[in-house]
Design a protein around this ligand. Structure first.
Ligand code: GLN
Length: 197
């Protein structure tokens, strides 16, 4: 892929505008992806937060699910946040009836893992790959990674050990929402990975 190809953000549903704004602020040419032709042009793709069961339905309805699976398998750098991470997981626990994921990430992810009593919370996380200073992380009806395969690297965990950020080959994921805090280091990390891909 050409060095100056745009970075896509899957724009079927969820907070794709926030990701586009962060990527643009970092100097990337960020574009919304809703159609296979748009997917074919990007050097990397963010799958945003939102509602994974809806995103799943829309991606199949719009004929994007198969092109997305093929792009993931071909090595396109893809970063999933929250619902986006659920979309990338090989196994989704507590999915709704008929819910499918794109897969690719050798992980089990549990949806809404913090329960209805804790719909959202914020913590400071150590994420060594983005630098020494802790990153303020916002969790909203967030998933947790309950199993990681041998080829998966854990990038961040909560104090109790629950895994909330992972990477594996071309795939990157966070349970939380770096697009909401003004700390752009995670998006920069993704852009650096695209540049190296
Ligand atoms: N609970 C949502 C889901 O299952 C994810 C929430 C989010 O993306 N903030 O898809």
């Amino acid at each position: 892929m050409a060095g100056n190809a745009p970075v896509g953000v899957l724009a079927l549903q969820g907070d794709f505008r926030e990701h586009i704004a962060v990527l643009n602020s970092l100097g990337a040419d960020a574009v919304a992806v809703r159609r296979p032709e748009e997917l074919a042009r990007v050097a990397g793709l963010v799958i945003p937060g939102g509602e994974s069961s809806v995103m799943d339905k829309l991606s199949r309805m719009f004929g994007l699910a198969e092109p997305l699976k093929a792009a993931i398998a071909s090595g396109l750098p893809v970063y999933g946040t929250c619902a986006g991470l659920i979309m990338l997981a090989d196994t989704v626990l507590d999915s709704i009836d008929g819910q499918q994921s794109l897969g690719g990430f050798d992980i089990d992810v549990r949806r809404n893992a913090f329960g209805s009593q804790t719909d959202s919370f914020e913590v400071d996380l150590d994420i060594p790959v983005v630098g020494e200073a802790p990153m303020h992380a916002v969790f909203i009806r967030a998933p947790v990674v309950e199993r990681v395969g041998d080829s998966v690297t854990v990038l961040a965990a909560l104090d109790d050990g629950r895994v909330v950020s992972v990477e594996q080959g071309n795939l990157l994921g966070t349970s939380f929402h770096p697009e909401m805090t003004g700390d752009t280091r995670f998006h920069q990390y993704f852009l650096d990975r695209i540049a190296k891909a």
